[in-house]
Design a protein around this ligand. Structure first.
Ligand code: NAP
Length: 216
């Protein structure tokens, strides 16, 4: 498979591109927003597409041409305000979904957040609520498409080394999960078509990624 990783220069994104390139059986196209980010991805043999998620859908669709799957792992991050949350986490995600449809790419894996239910919006602290709203509606949009989607809801992300062991289910108790392990889960999801049409929460645990995905 050729996989477009949107948000490839992010922490999860870089781990995921590495896993894809190391697999020997798949290749990555890294969607990044700055020219100076290209060299890292070229050094691991990945293709690149320099596209800003605040730009035109057509440019995202062009980046998606000829790929078999898209993983959306971009995000505005904690250091910007609700304006960027709206532009990236909601509009950027929906534009990427529309771009997938335009480019005829069926498989779409979304990195969502731990809980994007309406209850979670209502219970979120005021400063966090716009992020949960953005993720809620991006997930809703994806569920309403005909794409072969999987929605991944990670717990609290850490930079710990991956253990390869996770707990995965529709609902798991809130906990931490390393970005490396999330990348492994995304990679495993792409390789396991039984995850199509499903969504799940993931935290660190005691089951191998492959087995945990297979048990869904
Ligand atoms: P990250 O390191 O902040 O990566 C986000 C990526 O999005 C960055 O590479 C960034 O590009 C890219 N991006 C931002 N604006 C963009 C734009 N306009 N055009 C193109 N790309 C843009 O995030 P992470 O740690 O890998 O996490 C990935 C996602 O997991 C986050 O988006 C978050 O929503 C979600 N999540 C987080 C938590 C948590 O505990 N923090 C829990 C669950 C889910 P640059 O590299 O150029 O800045």
């Amino acid at each position: 498979m050729k996989i477009l990783v949107v948000g490839a220069n992010g922490q999860i994104g870089k781990h995921l591109v590495g896993l894809i390139q190391d697999s020997g059986s798949h290749t990555a196209r890294a969607m990044i927003r700055k020219q100076e980010q290209v060299s890292h991805f070229e050094s691991v043999g990945a293709e690149t597409a320099v596209v800003n998620l605040e730009g035109e859908i057509e440019d995202i669709a062009k980046a998606a041409e000829g790929v078999d799957a898209i993983v959306f792992t971009a995000g505005s991050g904690p250091n910007t305000g609700a304006d960027k949350t709206l532009m990236i986490d909601l509009d950027g995600a929906v534009k990427t979904i529309k771009a997938a449809e335009m480019a005829g790419v069926k498989r779409f894996v979304m990195v969502s957040s731990y809980d994007t239910t309406r209850k979670a919006i209502q219970e979120a602290p005021e400063s966090f609520a716009p992020y949960v709203v953005a993720k809620h509606y991006a997930d809703e949009w994806l569920r309403g498409t005909n794409l072969d989607f999987t929605i991944v809801h990670p717990g609290l992300l850490t930079n710990d080394s991956g253990t390869g062991k996770v707990e995965i289910a529709g609902e798991v108790a809130m906990g931490e999960v390393s970005r490396e392990d999330v990348a492994q889960v995304l990679f495993g999801t792409l390789e396991d078509n039984s995850t199509i049409g499903k969504e799940f929460q993931v935290v660190t645990g005691s089951t191998s990624v492959k087995e945990a995905l297979g048990n869904l």
